[in-house]
Design a protein around this ligand. Structure first.
Ligand SMILES: [Zn+2]
Ligand SMILES: [Zn+2]
Length: 301
């Protein structure tokens, strides 16, 4: 696996376009640290929630990739536009990558598994290799529902446009501070938050469900990604729209979906059944018991 990834990387080399943009955004993010103002920070926190939570978590991930709930087309497109503001590529390419990840989690074919190295899983796969670039055939195979929708196809092609317009608007309203903090710093932090779901939550954290992959639940990744860090829960039940299963598993993305549901704007909302949660709990405690019994036996011997 490790070797194959390296071969793959050297075969396709560095994605110069992506790498130059990523370098620009990181330099811009550092520059933005010297231009902070309270207004710029508040606006950026709001934009982080709009792009990372409404866009990526509620939109790209739980709605478009997994169809964990249904919502009117207008809201679907609105959430998709929010997602483009995170600069994670067009929704169709994002969905294809993520569906491939679920089909081959932590095995050959996974675009970003830490089994190929933590750095690779975090951002190496974006900078090198195939990244999120697929031919039309692959997109049609992994996102057939989206390639049939002309609005999604258009938004996927021009995914950079809403962010560009937002940048111009921020500059017009609040000058360099708004532009640098609201676009460069906010996008860079948002990217790392998403990437941590691919890297950290396949390495560090706890496991409620015995899945075949390495997925984990991580409270700090969940806080940074508005709830996406409950990643073991998610891999065990990918279609469920709710990832945080208890009051202390904070899942802000779920709160938005629940709000849409209460307003009648989200229907067919999928959740993990209480029986499945109970069964996982019982399996974990019987595992713990048998481990304890083994320890006692080991001590006695
Ligand atoms: Zn995963
Ligand atoms: Zn997923």
């Amino acid at each position: 696996m490790q070797n194959e990834a390296i071969i793959n990387q050297s075969k396709t080399g560095i994605n110069w376009n992506t790498s130059i943009f990523m370098a620009l955004f990181h330099v811009g993010a550092i520059a933005a640290l010297f231009m902070l103002s309270w207004k710029a920070v508040v606006v950026s926190l709001f934009l982080w929630w709009v792009s990372g939570s409404l866009g990526i978590g509620v939109g790209f991930h739980r709605l478009l990739t997994h169809r964990g709930y249904k919502t009117p087309k207008l809201i679907e497109y609105f959430l998709t536009v929010c997602g483009t503001l995170a600069l994670e590529g067009g929704a169709i390419n994002w969905v294809a990558t993520h569906r491939i990840h679920h089909q081959h989690t932590d095995e050959e074919g996974d675009p970003h598994t830490p089994r190929d190295g933590g750095w690779w899983a975090h951002m190496g796969w974006i900078l090198m290799g195939t990244g999120q670039q697929y031919d039309d055939k692959t997109l049609a195979r992994f996102a057939p529902d989206l390639v049939k929708d002309p609005v999604h196809v258009w938004l996927n092609k021009f995914y950079w446009l809403p962010l560009t317009l937002l940048g111009i608007a921020l500059f017009a309203i609040g000058g360099w501070s708004f532009l640098m903090v609201g676009i460069f710093l906010r996008v860079t932090i948002g990217l790392h938050a998403t990437w941590l779901v691919n890297s950290a939550t396949h390495m560090w954290g706890t496991r409620r469900f015995e899945t075949k992959d390495d997925s984990r639940n991580s409270w700090w990744v969940a806080l940074l990604s508005f709830g996406e860090g409950w990643h073991n829960n998610h891999h065990a039940h990918p279609v469920a729209a709710r990832h945080g299963l208890t009051w202390y598993e904070v899942d802000i993305n779920w709160w938005s979906i629940r709000t849409l549901q209460l307003l009648g704007l989200a229907t067919g909302v999928k959740e993990i059944s209480p029986e499945a949660i109970r069964a996982a709990k019982e399996a974990a405690s019987s595992n713990a018991n048998s481990n304890a019994a083994e320890n006692v036996r080991a001590r006695a011997a």
